[in-house]
Ligand binder design. Structure first.
Ligand SMILES: [Fe+2]
Length: 255
């Protein structure tokens, strides 16, 4: 039984439409519909934006129209928005591809507002959008509460989550970008009985073979669930196991 005035959080990232994993995404949406969280945070790379990449398309991957990808992403956001009180969208480096493309070409500058995820994903939608690039010298982030921030991701290294904990300088942090599901929890030495943690959300895209070849892939389908209290937060990583997941209270969510 949740304490009154505590809040529920659901966070997910790295959907990479059109490379999303339909079943994993459906499990997360079903979980959102069941939990009806106070806050949903999309941690970025909702869209792959491969059409705006300087790299050639990955062999074997379907090539889609960007407008169709936008429509898929918007339909997902509509569905999630109906389940929660607040929707937060963090921009990822993949959505930011569009900004770089626009900055590099006159054609891009002209078409920017018609295409930019920050315009198109938020049109007619009541949500908070956090751009990827820093416009004011501050690190782009969403402050969930006084103890916890959300960022797309500052590192892709093997120990990225631990690095996030160091870089966040005393605050707990949730992130995406690595497609892995890690957690690093330490005691808060300045405040006995408290902890500080970093946690990565896993991903909801197809697991292989988008990036890199020749080494095992550690990506995991998962999302983060949080109970945010007045004095402390408790976060869980919920792995998606085939067509189902088990919530922290033991409830099974299936597609
Ligand atoms: Fe990313």
């Amino acid at each position: 039984m949740m304490k009154p005035r505590s809040k529920t959080l659901l966070a997910f990232g790295d959907v990479h439409v059109p490379h999303h994993h339909q079943v994993a995404l459906e499990v997360m949406c079903k979980a959102a519909e069941r939990i009806q969280p106070d806050v949903i945070v999309c941690l970025g790379d909702l869209l792959d934006c491969g059409q705006f990449s300087a790299h050639p398309p990955t062999f074997g991957m379907p090539e889609t129209e960007y407008i169709d990808d936008l429509n898929t992403a918007c339909a997902l956001l509509d569905r999630l928005q109906a389940t929660c009180r607040r929707l937060v969208l963090l921009e990822g480096n993949h959505e930011y591809r569009l900004d770089r493309w626009a900055a590099a070409t006159a054609e891009g500058r002209g078409a920017y507002s018609m295409l930019a995820p920050r315009v198109q994903l938020t049109r007619g939608r009541k949500c908070i959008y956090i751009p990827y690039g820093s416009a004011n010298g501050r690190y782009p982030h969403y402050r969930i509460n006084s103890r916890l921030v959300a960022v797309h991701g500052w590192s892709y290294s093997r120990h990225a989550t631990k690095n996030h904990l160091i870089m966040s300088q005393g605050k707990s942090v949730i992130h995406a970008h690595t497609h892995r599901a890690d957690a690093s929890i330490v005691q808060n030495i300045w405040s006995q009985g408290r902890i500080v943690e970093a946690r990565s959300a896993g991903c909801l895209c197809r697991l292989v073979p988008l990036y890199g070849t020749g080494r095992p892939v550690e990506w995991v389908h998962a999302f983060i669930l949080g109970y945010l209290g007045r004095r402390s937060d408790t976060l869980y990583t919920v792995p998606i196991l085939g067509r189902r997941c088990i919530l922290p209270d033991g409830t099974e969510v299936t597609t």
